[in-house]
Ligand binder design. Structure first.
Ligand code: IMP
Ligand code: MG
Length: 176
C-alpha cells in the first residue's frame, strides 16, 4: 500500500508541536465557554481529534461532509453536502476544522451554509494551506503550515481514499 514515491514533508512530531501552538492561540483568543469544533469529513478527522485534546476547555465535536473532489487530484469545482451537522450551532462559537485549503471552493461554500445556522462566531482552522492555488478568497484564522503547490497525503489526507493513516504528511510524487 505505501509506495516508495512518498516523500516526507512534515513529520508527526512537527505536526503535533504545531497543533499545541495552535491550541494555545485558540485558548487565548476565545472567551470562556464551549467551542464547537466542526470537522470536515473525512480528511480533518485526525487534526480535529488532536486539536480537541490540546484545548483545556469544553470542546464539542460534530462533523459535516462535503464532496468536491472525484477520485483524482483536482477539484470538480462542484461542492455537495454529503452529511449535515447533527446539532444546532445557533449562538455557539463555531470553529470549522479543515485539513487543507486549496482552491478555497469547499470552504466558501461551507461558510455560506454555516452562516445561515446563526452561530455566535464562525472561524476556520486549517492544518495546511496552499495559498498559490486559491481561486476563492477565504479568511482562515488559524493555519498550521503553508505548503507549496504539491499534492500531499497522510494524517487524514488521501489520494483516492488511500494513505489517510500515514502518521507523517508526505508529498505524493507522480509515478516514475
Ligand atoms: P478546495 O475546495 O480546493 O479548497 O479543496 C479542499 C479539499 O480538497 C480539502 O478538504 C482536501 O480534501 C482536498 N485536497 C486539496 N489539496 C489536497 C492535497 O494536496 N491532498 C489531499 N487532498 C487535498
Ligand atoms: Mg477535505
Amino acid at each position: 500500500m505505501f509506495q516508495p514515491s512518498l516523500r516526507v514533508l512534515l513529520t508527526e512530531q512537527q505536526i503535533q508541536t504545531r497543533i499545541r501552538e495552535l491550541g494555545a492561540q485558540i485558548e487565548a483568543d476565545y472567551p470562556e465557554g464551549p467551542i464547537y469544533l466542526i470537522g470536515i469529513l473525512k480528511g480533518a478527522c485526525f487534526f480535529l481529534a488532536d486539536l480537541a485534546r490540546v484545548l483545556h476547555r469544553q470542546a464539542r465535536i460534530d462533523f459535516i461532509g462535503v464532496s468536491s473532489y472525484g477520485k483524482g487530484k483536482t477539484s470538480s469545482g462542484e461542492v455537495k453536502l454529503t452529511k449535515d451537522l447533527d446539532v444546532s450551532v445557533e449562538g455557539a462559537h463555531v470553529l470549522v476544522v479543515e485539513d487543507i485549503v486549496d482552491s478555497g471552493v469547499t470552504l466558501t461554500y461551507l461558510m455560506h451554509v454555516l452562516e445561515q445556522r446563526k452561530p455566535r462566531t464562525l472561524k476556520i482552522a486549517t492544518l495546511l494551506d496552499k495559498p498559490e492555488r486559491r481561486i476563492k478568497p477565504v479568511t482562515v484564522s488559524y493555519v498550521g503550515f503553508q505548503i507549496p503547490d504539491e499534492f500531499v497525503v497522510g494524517y487524514g489526507l488521501d489520494y483516492a481514499e488511500d494513505y489517510r493513516n500515514l502518521r507523517d504528511i508526505c508529498v505524493l510524487d507522480p509515478a516514475p
